[in-house]
Design a protein. Sequence first.
Length: 140
Amino acid sequence: MKKSNKVLFATVSLVLSLFALNANAEPTKSEGRGKGQRAERSGEQMGAKLNLTDTQKTQMKALQTEQRVAMEAIRNDESLTQEQRREKARTSREGFEAQRKAILTPEQQAIAAAERANRTDKGEKGKKGERKGGEGKAKK
């Protein structure tokens, strides 16, 4: 990546993070808490495990905000069929994942991959559609 692209990316990330900080202000008691805060807390935990620099934290937060906006736009696009939304969301997630990976060092990428694998292993026990006995729902 050329130096001018890195500077541009850092500037855009900084601006987006400023908007994100304003948008993620603590909710009042009447507003409650939602999935966004769980994701934010999870991101903070992963950031601690990866030992992110302040710059990386800012870039990641901006990317998270950008992804949230993009996914919401996809969900609200009524011109798309459900299958088109799924495909567009999958493509979008892959693009954001590549951007996240570019922010991390090779060592941090390895830690993140191990954490993802660990999370996937834990999730195998309770996959959607499985019953306690391990049997999936019968297809009709």
